[in-house]
Design a protein around this ligand. Structure first.
Ligand code: URP
Ligand code: ZN
Ligand code: ZN
Ligand code: ZN
Length: 491
């Protein structure tokens, strides 16, 4: 046969175009794209009829926590590389970038990288890479950035909060300067840790411990201030940053203003800031713990609307899940580690921070129908691939260059709206924050490097553990430092 697989009668959507096109796949790659009907004389081992459904590049989720020790509260993550990547592929995500967490007590990043490779190897259903989470920017760790690039790692994450991870501004400058030299993109968790600690102490004095006070302890101001500070530090060193999981419209406004000045400031948001609010935290008993993440879901629908607007107007470069899975009903590893005799409805400061969402990210967002289709592909697939050095191998449908990572959706209007239930999902978590929501879409087929790894109507998960490969990454293909050459201390 001429081809391994052809996809016919689809409406192909990329970040730049929508057109009625057929796609031919051979040896894991997209080899030909022609107008519908153009492959009718071609021979292929397998033909998939998209029946007018949208055909898009597979999802790229660039913010995923798997197999991490306690860092954000008392528990450790419920998904490992196997269960997390299984959940991903069942929701149409074909590439993930997870975190390789270096602890404050560790001196080197290369050991962290090696240990994380060992966790992922032969365990993944989808392709993967890692961001190095820098908990201790020691001389030695900074000296290893160059080697990280040689190992195919072109991004780092740093924290401005969490006792176990928080860097002070001098350390942040150290990281940004070395990141600039090595053409690394630095992701920043922008919340002011001291403000959060102070608010936590105020709440404790008043014996306010319920899950909803997690929200109170993380005021928008803490995010706004840290976002502006991160932008300032980035501008000073002249190096690109990505502000992760932005939840607050006023923080988005600082980001937009920086972008309008031409600075390489990128931003991420997540479904929890589009779909959840304070109401979800303010539930009877311990229930609200399910939606404890940082930053927390904000005040009202108006905040969510502003975040949707930020996607539409380009403030947000990418939409990631921040899948950070903890079981709810689990007193050893999960959310209930925060419950004690002293705190029968838990103490918010011990609730592990994070929500599961790697499987629901694409369908929830697309099904909502609020985003332009090209914009949807841009923020969920193409831009994460560009920002993190995977494009056009990932996040694109380019003849001869792109891996055949493809989602085929149900033709518009063909799927009966249904209620989402956690039992439908494939993670190792006992809840979803989106339980009971009306869903209008789900990937019908997902292909990874030419293999059908998800077929909703015939067998569901068809992919195999271990088929997912580590992908070496280049530097970002989005704009970098504004000034070329070496950075000099302005004396
Ligand atoms: O609450 C969250 N987001 N947990 C994950 C840790 C992080 O900061 O991304
Ligand atoms: Zn974070
Ligand atoms: Zn995260
Ligand atoms: Zn299933």
């Amino acid at each position: 046969d001429e081809y391994d697989t052809i996809i016919v009668n689809g409406v192909v959507v990329t970040d730049t175009d929508i057109a009625d096109l057929d796609i031919a796949i051979k040896d894991e790659k997209i080899v030909k794209i022609v107008p519908n009907g153009g492959l009718k004389d071609a021979s292929a081992k397998k033909t998939i009829d998209a029946e007018g459904g949208y055909v898009m590049p597979g999802g790229v989720d660039a913010h995923v926590h798997l197999d991490e020790p306690p860092l954000f509260g008392k528990g450790s993550t419920a998904d490992n590389y196997e269960t997390g990547s299984r959940s991903a592929v069942c929701g149409g995500t074909t590439t993930m970038v997870t975190f390789a967490p270096q602890k404050k007590s560790e001196d080197t990043l290369l050991d962290t990288l090696k240990a994380t490779h060992a966790k992922a190897k032969d365990a993944c259903y989808i392709d993967y890479s890692f961001h190095l989470l820098v908990g201790n920017p020691s001389e030695r760790a900074l000296g290893e950035f160059k080697t990280l690039r040689e190992e195919g790692i072109s991004s780092l994450k740093i924290y401005m909060t969490y006792e176990a991870l928080q860097l002070h501004d001098g350390q942040i400058l150290d990281v940004l300067l070395e990141a600039r030299r090595q053409q690394i993109t630095t992701m920043v968790h922008a919340e002011n840790g001291q403000v959060i600690d102070w608010m936590t102490a105020q709440l404790e004095k008043r014996k306010m411990f319920a899950p909803k006070y997690h929200g109170t302890s993380h005021p928008p101001m803490a995010e706004v201030e840290a976002t502006y500070r991160a932008i300032s530090l980035s501008e000073f060193i002249d190096t690109p940053i990505l502000i992760v999981h932005v939840s607050t419209p006023a923080a988005a406004a600082h980001i937009k203003a920086a972008q309008d000045r031409g600075l390489p400031i990128y931003a991420e948001t997540c479904p929890q800031y589009l779909f959840l609010t304070k109401k979800d935290l303010d539930q009877p008993g311990f229930e609200g713990a399910k939606c404890v993440c940082s930053p927390p879901p904000r005040e009202s629908e108006a905040d969510c609307d502003a975040i949707w607007d930020g996607i539409a107007n380009g403030t947000f470069t990418i939409l990631s899940s921040d899948h950070c899975p903890f079981k709810y009903d689990d007193a050893v590893q999960g959310k209930k580690t925060s419950i004690s005799d002293e705190h029968p409805v838990g103490h918010f400061k011990y609730i592990p921070n994070g929500c599961p969402g790697i499987e629901t990210r694409l369908a929830l967002t697309l099904g909502e129908g609020r985003l332009d289709l090209k914009k949807f592909v841009e923020v969920t697939s193409s831009n994460p691939a560009k920002l993190y050095g995977l494009w056009p191998r990932k996040g694109a449908l380019v003849e001869g260059q792109s891996d055949a990572d493809i989602n085929i959706w149900y033709p518009p209007g063909q799927m009966q709206p249904y209620e989402l239930k956690n039992a439908m999902l494939h993670h190792n978590v006992d809840y979803t924050p989106y339980e009971g929501r009306t869903m209008k879409q789900w990937p019908r087929y997902t292909l990874l490097r030419g293999e059908v790894v998800w077929d909703k109507e015939n067998g569901g998960l068809l992919g195999k553990k271990g088929y997912g490969k580590f992908v070496r990454r280049d530097g970002s293909s989005l704009a970098g430092p504004r000034n070329k050459g070496e950075w000099e201390i302005p004396l």
